[in-house]
Design a protein around this ligand. Structure first.
Ligand code: AMP
Length: 292
């Protein structure tokens, strides 16, 4: 008989590492980079494609969310994915769920203020995927840094045995963060003011600026959007506002260009004792994947 003090020791393991990339489909290079990272690090790569009704606060947004499973399957195959899990709504929710996962505090600010119930929907579907598919590692984009914080908190607090891996934001050559919603942008110069302002903030951080007020003002001054929901310096772990960068942080922006709501952020990490902005990865050619 063995006596152990961690769940991992109880499970033992086959030695095979399963990686999961949860997505809502309509793939672009951002999704594909998560798949390629998973391919490098895992024996089996599973990608889920599910437009999760529970996380949409606006039925019109759910209705028009772009979908193209055939194209997604071809791209996943090219990226070396082993299994695509593409369930119907009935498979995921045979009836409206009685149990939902609410993540305190981490889900309250920023997106939590502007999208009621969004993170409860995200945490619930990701918990279902973790429970049903049992990944050893799971891959999420830093593009959605608050979502990453919510999932890290949920996985840790509920003891899901998966390592949550955050991956850099993929950007078009002009800086625009890749998003399935980019197909709907009709004023690209306006949309570009988001990444341009964040890159200016990156320069300020490198020059020694640490204060939230100064960094947020710098970003706000550069934005030319139809409306701005928030510009906030927040903790990477708790996703709560910070006065200054004295722990790993992200400077987050959300706003609208026409009908399209866009979010982006600049993570700041402590690298070898130096606060270092993560500008993401720029494609050398336009992605073409999202009709841009
Ligand atoms: P979605 O299909 O939009 O739910 O996104 C699926 C995953 O891809 C999430 O973990 C996102 O954070 C990630 N993702 C979305 N856009 C990007 C991007 N431009 N770069 C890196 N990851 C991304």
């Amino acid at each position: 008989m063995k006596v152990v003090d961690t769940p991992a020791a109880v499970r033992g393991g086959s030695g095979q590492i399963r990686g999961l990339v949860p997505t809502m489909g309509y793939f672009h290079e951002g999704h594909l980079s998560l798949m390629r990272t998973a391919r490098d690090e895992c024996d089996q790569v599973v990608v889920s494609v599910f437009v999760n009704p529970l996380q949409f606060d606006d039925p019109a947004d759910l209705e028009r969310y772009p979908r193209d499973l055939d194209r997604d399957l071809a791209l996943a195959e090219e990226a070396g994915v082993d299994v695509v899990f593409a369930p119907t709504v009935d498979v995921m929710y045979p009836r409206p769920p009685f149990a939902r996962i609410m993540v305190d505090r981490v889900a309250d600010e920023m997106e939590g203020r502007f999208r009621a119930g969004h993170f409860t929907g995200v945490a619930t579907v990701v918990a279902k995927l973790f429970a049903a598919l049992q990944p050893d590692r799971s891959y999420f984009g830093r593009k959605d840094h608050q979502q990453l914080a919510v999932i890290r908190a949920m996985a840790a607090d509920l003891s899901f045995p998966t390592e949550v891996v955050g991956c850099p934001t993929l950007r078009e050559p002009d800086g625009l963060a890749l998003s399935s919603r980019n197909v709907f942008i009709d004023d690209r110069p306006a949309a570009l003011t988001i990444s341009r302002s964040l890159m200016a903030a990156a320069g300020a951080v490198e020059s020694g600026e640490r204060g939230a007020d100064a960094l947020e003002e710098l970003v706000r001054d550069g934005l030319a959007l139809d409306s701005v929901d928030y510009v906030t310096l927040a903790s990477q772990e708790a996703a709560t506002p910070l006065d200054e960068i004295d722990e790993p942080a992200f400077l987050a922006v959300a706003g609208r260009v026409g009908e399209v709501r866009l979010i982006d952020n600049l993570p700041v990490d402590l690298v070898d004792g130096v606060w270092t902005p993560d500008r993401g990865i720029r494609l050398s050619e336009p992605s073409g994947l999202a009709n841009l």
